[in-house]
Each structure stands twice: as structure tokens, then as C-alpha cells.
Ligand binder design. Structure first.
Ligand code: SF4
Length: 445
């Protein structure tokens, strides 16, 4: 299939989008000026149910909705667009709003970017001991943009908000020294938007230096299986990409495609099934992950169906996340207690083979905090929490407790139970102050 991409400037060239009611088009234009918007012909023709688009989860996944912005923000942009403001004035209004949407949650800018030989390693994040994230500069776009994306600043054209590495040589020097790093995650954006040729320019230095680093797993974070499965089947260099995967596996490296699926319908088309088979035939694993969201997948039956379908396609369910505290969070968020209910009901209704999944998990400043359960201890109702990843690996797998709060939707809204602070708070404060000089990020965002 020939790829056709739609954004704010050309979406009306698509017949379906052109014929949307004026109200829907206004939402696309107003919200799409603040949060990134991009869709493609596969999503429009194969994934969205246009007979029921108003409630369709895949429409909400890819198309800006009016309520994704606060009312005052929406009106500010609408006015700027309609009162003859210049493009620069509109851009400034939108940028002011963006800065109120917590563009870099969880200390990404301030705490995660490592220094090497006195220089910031742009395009690299090292938060957890064993895993380094690499943001290849040419892969900082996606086949379409998810309306909830916590990486939205990568796509809004503001350089200071963007992570991007021009090449991987500095990263290799870093990995040679940091032998505690076993995993590298190519992320973005979506690295699978790069041609095989460009991707290999970033990858080859990693493969060529395996003997001098301790890399054992290469992960690729991608939503291409959902948004453009042709990437692995009929694109002109799909075979080249598959051969790259094969070459990684042949080197004895665990290759994990970290696939992002939000709804079981994304797994239904013949082309996605074929793409999964092709990837699996290279020896790569496919692990799956998604946040749990209002308007998209806040239903245990959907999750159970999604995990079952993934396992049937030989994928490994990996994470259920909570909506990150950024961008259009208020539109999508559900409470921690509701997320736990959805997880528990879905998890308990599938067989053990699907229970490789972990969650619901909050990727917050100290680490990935999983809600293990809701319990009552000494007559107090509590959330039982534990880190499944943490800035200090000693914190991992240690249970801790927060007072039950039916409305809390993120860790910064939780209060410790049986103590005046969480066990990691003092150390987190030390890490925070040792790394920060001029960052304004909130430590538990
Ligand atoms: S594919 Fe991933 S990085 Fe791209 S917009 Fe969606 S969530 Fe964000």
C-alpha cells in the first residue's frame, strides 16, 4: 500500500476527513496546533470505524478532540486562529500553552540525560542502571501521532524540548565505560520510521562494539505494527529491515521489539498478523505495552481480549501503564483504583501464559511504581505499591504503602501510609539536588 500521511495542512485532501462535521474539523485544527496531529491512510481506511467515529477508540487515539485542551486554552487558540493573528502569534500562544502541559514529565530533561567527559549526551537517557535509551535523530517522528503521547514535545518543532542524537559514537564511548548497561532501547518517536539504511547507521556502531561493551539486549520501541504494519511486509526496504533484525539475533543478542498496542482491534487486520509473523521469523521477540485510558481502553474485557490475541500471535504482554502526567492527561486519565480494578479483572480472566504482563505502572521520577493491590492493614485501607524499576536498584521489589485515595490518579497525589514519608523520598531528594542546577521539574511528577 502506498503511504499517505495527513496533518493539519493537508487533512482535507482526504475525502472522509473533509466531510467530517465542522465541529470535528475545528477541534482538529485548534487542538492540533498545540498537540501534534498526524494520521495516515491505513489508520483511516482500516482501523477507524467511521459509522461510529464519535465514540470510536481509534478515532480518539489519533484525532484531536476538543476536550483535550482546557476550555480557556482551547478558546485562546481558537481566537488566535480566527482573529487574523500572524502564524508567529499563533505559534507563541500555542507554545505558552504547551509549557503549561508538563512537557518533560518525570525528570527526563534534568535527571535522565547523562554527562560524559563533561558534556551532556544529547539523545541519550540513563535512568535505570541496566538500560540506556537512545533517541536517534532521524527517528524522532512517528507513522501517526497518538493523542495521549507523553513524547509529544518531540514532534512540535521546538528544539529545546527535543531529545535527539545525531549519531551513536558518543553513546558507544559511554557504553564502553558503563559496563553495568546491558540493554539499549532505540526509541523516539518511532525508530521504525527510519529507512533500513539510516537505522543501520545508528545500529552498526553498537553491533561493532559489542566486544567492548556489555550490551546483551537491543530493544526497539515502535508503534509501526499498529500504525503502519506494511513497514515489515511491503515497504521497499522491509526485507532489509528484517535482515537487520536477523543479523542482531545471529550475534547472540536478544532483540526485543517493544510494540505499542492500545486496543485489540489494532491486532485484527491481516497485514498486522503478517507483519508479526515476519518479525518473529527473524528470531526477534515482540513484547507489548500500552497505557490504560479513558475513551480508549478502560475496560477489563478489552485488555483480556488484547492480551489473549497478542499471545495467540506469539507476542509477550509486558506492561499496562498509567497515563503520564503530561499533555492531554486530564482527558485520558483514570484513577489508580480504577486502573487497578481493570488490571485485576483482566489479569484474573486470562490463563497464566498471558500473565507476563505487569501493571498498572506509573513511570514517575523515582521509577516505575506498580500498584500491586489494595489492602487493609491495621484497619487502614491502603494501596500496596512496589518499584519494578527504580533510579536506585535497591528500591526494586520492596513493597511500600500509600493511603487509599479513590480519586488519586498519579503518585504525587498519594500520601504515605504508616509513615510521614515514602521510604525512598530522602534519597530521591539527594539525587534530585545532586543533579539539578536550574531545573524546575517537580520531583514526584
Ligand atoms: S507512537 Fe509512541 S512516540 Fe509516537 S506518538 Fe504514539 S506514543 Fe508517542
Amino acid at each position: 500500500m502506498e503511504y499517505k500521511s495527513y496533518n493539519l495542512t493537508n487533512y482535507k485532501t482526504n475525502k472522509i476527513l473533509k466531510n467530517l462535521p465542522q465541529e470535528a474539523k475545528e477541534s482538529i485544527e485548534v487542538v492540533g496546533n498545540v498537540l501534534p496531529f498526524k494520521a495516515n491512510n491505513y489508520i483511516i481506511n482500516e482501523l477507524i470505524d467511521w459509522d461510529n467515529y464519535i465514540d470510536d477508540p481509534l478515532f480518539h487515539l489519533c484525532f484531536p478532540q476538543k476536550e483535550m485542551l482546557r476550555e480557556n486554552h482551547y478558546n485562546m487558540v481558537k481566537e488566535a486562529l480566527h482573529n487574523g493573528s500572524s502564524a508567529e502569534e499563533v505559534f507563541n500562544v500555542c507554545n505558552a500553552i504547551r509549557s503549561e502541559l508538563n512537557p518533560h514529565p518525570s525528570g527526563q530533561q534534568c535527571l535522565n540525560v547523562p554527562f560524559f567527559n563533561g558534556n551532556r549526551l544529547n539523545g541519550v537517557q540513563h535512568k535505570y542502571r541496566e538500560t540506556v535509551l537512545f533517541f536517534p535523530g532521524s527517528g524522532q517522528t512517528c507513522h501517526a501521532y497518538c493523542s495521549f503521547c507523553f513524547r509529544w514535545p518531540q514532534f512540535v518543532g521546538k528544539k529545546s524540548l527535543r531529545f535527539a542524537g545525531k549519531e551513536s559514537h558518543d553513546l558507544i564511548k559511554y557504553l564502553k565505560v558503563h559496563k553495568e548497561v546491558t540493554d539499549i532501547l532505540f526509541t523516539g518517536g518511532d525508530p521504525m520510521t527510519m529507512s533500513a539504511n539510516v537505522f543501520s547507521k545508528y545500529l552498526n556502531p553498537v553491533l561493532d562494539s559489542l566486544a567492548e561493551t556489555n550490551i546483551q539486549t537491543i530493544r526497539i520501541g515502535t508503534k509501526a505494527l499498529s500504525f503502519w504494519p506494511y513497514r515489515f511486509v511491503t515497504d521497499k526496504d522491509s526485507e532489509d529491515m528484517l535482515r537487520i533484525f536477523e543479523s542482531i539475533v545471529k550475534k547472540g543478542i536478544n532483540l526485543a521489539i517493544m510494540a505499542h498496542f492500545n486496543h485489540p482491534r489494532e491486532l485484527d487486520t491481516n497485514i498486522v498478523k503478517e507483519a508479526i509473523l515476519k518479525i518473529r521469523s527473524t528470531g526477534a521477540q515482540i513484547r507489548t505495552q500500552s497505557p490504560v485510558f479513558k475513551h480508549i481502553n478502560n475496560d477489563p474485557l478489552l485488555w483480556a481480549e488484547m492480551w489473549r490475541k497478542q499471545v495467540n500471535l506469539n507476542c509477550i504482554p509486558y506492561y499496562m501503564f498509567m497515563a503520564r502526567d503530561t499533555g492531554a492527561k486530564e482527558y485520558f486519565e483514570i484513577s489508580i483504583s480504577e486502573a487497578h480494578r481493570i488490571f485485576k479483572e483482566a489479569y484474573s480472566s486470562v490463563s497464566g501464559i498471558c500473565r507476563t504482563v505487569r501493571g498498572p505502572s506509573m513511570s514517575c521520577t523515582p521509577g516505575k511504581v506498580m500498584v500491586s493491590g489494595i489492602s487493609e492493614i491495621h484497619n487502614e485501607k491502603v494501596f500496596v505499591l512496589r518499584f519494578i524499576q527504580a533510579r536506585n536498584s535497591d528500591w526494586v521489589a520492596k513493597p511500600f504503602f500509600a493511603k487509599y485515595d479513590e480519586n488519586a490518579s498519579w503518585i504525587n497525589e498519594l500520601k504515605p501510609a504508616f509513615s510521614d514519608k515514602f521510604f525512598f523520598e530522602d534519597e530521591m531528594a539527594e539525587i534530585y539536588h545532586s543533579k539539578l542546577t536550574d531545573c524546575e521539574e517537580n520531583k514526584f511528577e
